[in-house]
Design a protein around this ligand. Structure first.
Ligand code: PMP
Length: 454
């Protein structure tokens, strides 16, 4: 039992929760997580939960890792913060940049720009893309194309790139020059049931949009190697290679938003690597240090970075990338990242994610016929979505007000398994240390919860 007064009688009214309805929360207070170890987390009463969300698909190496805590403690003893604004720098940021360039050598990344999270890292990528085109004398190239159902964050630029409409509507008009094209969503699209044909078609639709906008006005195309918040949408294998060709034909920069897919989650070190593609920029956060301290990173290849290396020698010059936040390269976040990446590498967690993820998908598919609501089980590695539907044949979505997903995830929570329910799609993204036994525990809980509801 937590000895702190009020730990289990918290007043939820003092916090405005992200994306959550205050009226709902006043009737259903959130589960307060107090402690974590490995793939399990605990509430104030000591009840244990299997962490099927992995925090918020970020705790790749699991909770409470000694190696990371030790690295943070040691850095705290040296210095907790110093700025990297150029006149000064700090050693962990320099070291981590080196480590990240090694991790992404295959993709040809040359330099890292640090920030504090995924939205900021996306924002930096779009601004870097726009300034890049100015540096090379094409200031008209400013448009950013993204995918419908994309999620890139909440700052106005990242939000403008998002394709999930309910998140956009209250803030309109969003930024000019942000355009969305069709997502290759195999389960839900009006075009075809053939994945390869769909991949080709969506790449063609991107090309047509670039041509319609005028290639000389397009700065970049951004996408997630597997879409996350859009409902775990895995593109057909030909999509990314074809997108790379389209971008090359029109000299458009290709940005991979690897905030969720980077560092092992989908079974390879990088999402782009799974698709065999070298982007011009890669955007990281979450799994980069498993969320121990907020951190974002935007990486770019030599094509982009070299445009900022000029004969102008002043420290503050218009040829610098004119962007940056106080907490860029925070030393505590960077040492956490270095320790985190060492664990992923040493324990080959990307391989475990591939293996256990495939087993988990198989087990979920094995209960699909038995339960009336499971329309689709899809995913890659330990990034899995289970979409609930009203009618399996027609794929008609459920009426969200019936709360079917919420009732199933509540029953799972009762049974000690945490899942994230996003508009009747369960998002499964546990730590990459997940075992076959953990997968069994999770599927058994889902199976029982669904049987109760059936
Ligand atoms: N990009 C992707 C692909 C994401 O999933 C997220 C967060 N879910 C973000 C960007 C935004 O990251 P943050 O919440 O750290 O700002």
């Amino acid at each position: 039992k937590d000895p702190r007064p009020g730990a289990d009688q918290h007043d939820v009214r003092h916090m405005l929760y992200p994306f959550a309805n205050p009226s709902h929360l006043s009737r259903h207070p959130p589960l307060v997580i107090e402690r974590g170890a490995g793939v399990y987390v605990y509430d104030g009463n000591g009840k244990r939960y299997l962490d099927g969300q992995g925090g918020l698909w970020n705790v790749n190496v699991g909770h409470g890792r000694e190696e990371i805590k030790e690295a943070i403690r040691a850095q705290l003893d040296r210095i907790s913060f110093y700025s990297i604004f150029g006149g000064t720098s700090n050693r962990p940021a320099i070291e981590l940049a080196d480590v990240l360039c090694r991790w992404t050598a295959q993709e040809g990344m040359a330099r890292v720009f640090f920030s504090s999270g995924g939205s900021e890292a996306n924002e930096a990528a779009y601004k870097l893309a726009r300034q890049y085109w100015r540096q090379v004398g094409q200031p008209m190239r400013h448009k950013i194309i993204s995918l419908k159902r994309a999620y890139h964050g909440v700052t106005l630029g990242a939000l403008s790139a998002n394709g999930i409409t309910p998140y956009r509507a209250p803030f309109e008009p969003l930024l000019a020059g942000f355009i969305q094209v069709e997502t290759p969503h195999v389960y839900r699209n009006p075009f075809t049931t053939d994945p390869q044909a769909l991949g080709r078609l969506c790449a063609q639709l991107l090309e047509r949009e670039i041509e319609f906008q005028g290639p000389d006005s397009v700065a970049a195309f951004v996408a997630e190697p597997v879409q996350g918040a859009g409902g775990v949408i895995v593109p057909p294998a030909n999509f990314w290679p074809l997108v790379r060709e389209v971008c090359d034909r029109h000299r458009v920069l290709l940005i991979a938003d690897e905030v969720v897919t980077g560092f092992g989650r989908i079974g390879s070190e990088m999402g782009s690597r799974l698709w065999g593609v070298k982007p011009d920029m890669m955007v990281f956060a979450k799994g980069i240090n498993s969320g121990y301290i907020p951190l974002g990173a935007t990486m770019a290849n030599a094509r982009v970075c070299d445009a900022f290396v000029t004969t102008d020698e002043a420290l503050f010059s218009s040829n610098a990338f004119l962007h940056g936040n106080t907490y860029a390269g925070h030393p505590l976040a960077c040492v956490a990242a270095i320790a985190n990446l060492e664990i992923i590498e040493k324990e080959k967690l990307h391989l475990n994610a591939g293996k256990v993820g495939a087993y988990l998908m198989e087990r979920l598919q094995s209960i699909q016929d038995k339960h009336r609501y499971i329309g689709d089980v899809r995913g890659q590695g330990l990034m899995i979505g289970v979409e609930l539907v009203a009618d399996k044949k027609t794929r008609a979505p459920l009426d969200l007000s019936l709360n079917v997903g919420a009732r199933i995830s509540d029953a799972c929570r009762e049974a000690g398994v945490l899942l994230r329910n996003l508009a009747d799609t369960f998002i499964i993204s546990p730590p990459l240390t997940f075992t076959h036994a953990n997968a069994d525990e999770m599927v058994d809980a889902i199976d029982d919860a669904m049987s109760q509801l059936d």
